[in-house]
Design a protein around this ligand. Structure first.
Ligand code: SF4
Ligand code: SF4
Length: 250
């Protein structure tokens, strides 16, 4: 017993103490900074460089929900697109996913996830989530798994994944939703009792990502179900995921 206590003491506190201020690698591609004045008559090639059709013109904008953060556009944009490592890119509406030169990171953060008293009251101290991988590649799923490890320790905030949708307060969707997973996703969602929240994690879940044009996907689920929280990335880093959920819960 004393040996165990001693070992525990020697390990110290392993989790990141202040998750909201945690540093991330400078190489991490996070919020894009767009400067149209640096465009060099090359808008078309920038748009064509994007594998997920995330870039639009007039004004030049990136849809964070489609972006897989591959960096291809940045390479050929002469500085018109630059990815910062600012990672708090979760938001609560599809509209806010579109970032152009008028949206600075500070401006984005101000309104990305608006406080909702009801959400805080119901889920603020305990949020149990059921994860459904609807044909994800396992990248998003692995990062969600990492949220619970000793380093990120999402459980200390009362946020956990549960095995059964019947025990859950909400659903976390990953993957573009294949035809084969469409019914399973709806069934899992229906099995969660009200009130419930829906979190779309990763470009695939938000927009179909790289698979948006595939005949094998069926995203009709989203015609009837409103997503409460969008967490962009391919995959999103655990710090992106945890900070988005914490902000959502206030
Ligand atoms: S970084 Fe995003 S916007 Fe740029 S090319 Fe890749 S997917 Fe498209
Ligand atoms: S968003 Fe990227 S990491 Fe996540 S499931 Fe899709 S391809 Fe995989």
């Amino acid at each position: 017993m004393f040996d165990l206590i001693k070992a525990r003491k020697n390990h110290g506190y392993q989790a990141i103490k202040n998750i909201a201020d945690a540093k991330i690698l400078s190489e991490h591609r996070g919020f894009p900074v767009i400067d149209e004045s640096k465009l060099n008559g090359n808008v078309e090639s920038i748009i064509n460089s994007c594998p997920t059709k995330a870039i639009s013109d007039k004004p030049l904008a990136i849809n964070l929900g489609k972006c897989i953060f591959c960096g291809e556009c940045e390479k050929i944009s002469y500085g018109a697109i630059k990815f910062s490592n600012n990672y708090k890119i979760g938001c609560d509406s599809e509209k806010k996913l579109a970032v152009d030169s008028s949206v600075t990171y500070e401006k984005f953060l101000d309104s990305a996830i608006e406080a909702k008293k009801e959400i805080h009251k119901i889920f603020g101290r305990s949020l149990k989530l059921r994860q459904v991988s609807a044909a994800g590649c396992n990248g998003c799923e692995m990062e969600l798994n990492a949220c619970g490890n000793v380093n990120f320790d999402m459980g200390r905030f009362g946020i956990d994944f549960v095995a059964s949708p019947k025990h859950a307060d909400g659903i976390v969707i990953t993957g573009p939703v294949s035809k084969n997973m469409s019914k399973a996703l709806s069934d899992a969602y229906e099995s969660i009792s009200e009130p419930k929240i829906v979190i779309a994690t990763g470009a695939c879940a938000i927009s179909g990502g790289l698979f948006a044009d595939s005949k094998e996907i069926n995203r009709t689920f989203f015609n009837n179900v409103k997503v409460d929280l969008f967490i962009p990335g391919c995959p999103p880093h655990p710090l992106v995921i945890i900070n988005a959920i914490l902000k959502f819960l206030e």
